[in-house]
Write a protein that binds this ligand. Structure first.
Ligand code: C5P
Length: 248
C-alpha cells in the first residue's frame, strides 16, 4: 500500500436543494468558491494525496487555479454521486493497487478540519475494512407518517450522522460500488461496503463538518470557517488560504 492516500472529491452535483443560480460548490464564502475552500482544507492536511476531482463534463465554471494539489486529475461526473465516484476509481485503475487507501470527501463539506482528517487517516491506515468520520446523533429522532405528523420516536442510542471523508481500500471500494449500482440507491461509500456484510469503523468527528445543502447552510459554513480560523491562529497553527483567495 502507498502511504499517500488517493482522494476522490465528487463535485458533479447540481445542488438543487440550495435553489441557487449555480451548483453549490461554486457559491462563494468570503469571495472564494466552496470548492476552493474544501480543496484547501484537504491539501493542508494531506498535501501528498493524489486527487481525483469529479466534475460535470459541461462544467464551465471550474478554474484549475483552485486546485492546490500537485498530483490531480479531472474526471467526468456521472448521473448520481455513486457514478461520479465510480468514474474516479475507473480513472485510476492503472495506477492504484488493490490495497491503496481511497478517501472520498464531498465537495460541499468545506469545514472539515486537519485534525479530523489526520485522525481518520491514522485510524484507517491499518484497518482491514475502512471507515468514516461520523458524529453521534444529539437530537431526539422522529419518524413521520408521510402526512406531516409523528408516527414514532426512534431511539437515538447508537445512531450516528455519517460524514465524510469515508475511506476504503481501492479494490474493496470498487467491488462494493459495482454491487451497489446494480442493487439500487446508495448515498455513501460505507453503505455499499456494509451491503457486502462488512462493518466500517466509525471515527468520531467534529459536528461542524457541515454539508452545505440548504440555503441557510452557506452562511453557517462561513461562520464556522471564520471561527475555526480564529481558534487556529490563537493556537499558533498556520492558516492555509484557499487558492484564489484575496489577501485580506
Ligand atoms: O447532493 P449531495 O449534497 O448529496 O451530493 C453529495 C456530493 O456528491 C456533492 O459533493 C456533489 O457535488 C456530489 N455529486 C456528484 N455527482 C452527482 C451528484 C452529486 O459528484 N451526480
Amino acid at each position: 500500500m502507498s502511504v499517500a492516500p488517493w482522494l476522490v472529491v465528487p463535485a458533479a452535483g447540481q445542488g438543487r436543494r440550495m435553489g441557487a443560480d449555480r451548483p453549490k460548490q461554486y457559491l462563494e464564502i468570503a469571495g472564494v468558491p466552496v470548492l476552493a475552500h474544501t480543496l484547501a482544507r484537504l491539501h493542508a492536511a494531506l498535501p501528498a494525496a493524489r486527487l481525483c476531482l469529479c466534475l460535470d463534463p459541461d462544467d464551465a465554471r471550474f478554474d484549475p487555479a483552485w486546485v492546490p494539489f500537485v498530483d490531480w486529475r479531472r474526471v467526468p461526473g456521472g448521473a448520481e454521486r455513486v457514478d461520479s465516484v465510480t468514474h474516479a476509481l475507473e480513472a485510476i485503475a492503472a495506477e492504484a493497487a488493490d490495497d491503496d487507501l481511497v478517501l472520498v470527501h464531498d465537495v460541499a463539506r468545506p469545514c472539515v478540519t486537519a485534525g479530523d482528517l489526520h485522525r481518520l487517516h491514522a485510524a484507517l491506515v491499518d484497518d482491514p475494512v475502512g471507515g468514516l468520520l461520523a458524529a453521534p446523533v444529539a437530537d431526539t429522532m422522529k419518524r413521520d407518517d408521510g402526512a406531516g405528523r409523528v408516527a414514532a420516536t426512534e431511539p437515538r442510542a447508537g445512531l450516528w450522522h455519517a460524514l465524510t471523508p469515508q475511506g476504503f481500500r481501492y479494490g474493496l471500494l470498487r467491488r462494493a460500488l459495482a454491487a451497489a449500482r446494480d442493487g439500487g440507491a446508495v448515498t455513501d461509500e460505507a453503505s455499499a461496503v456494509e451491503a457486502l456484510g462488512l462493518a466500517p469503523r466509525l471515527v468520531s468527528g467534529r459536528r461542524d463538518n457541515l454539508k452545505i445543502t440548504h440555503p441557510e447552510d452557506l452562511a453557517l459554513a462561513g461562520q464556522i470557517l471564520a471561527a475555526q480560523r480564529l481558534s487556529q491562529s490563537a493556537s499558533g497553527e498556520p492558516y492555509t488560504a484557499p487558492c484564489g483567495a484575496r489577501e485580506r
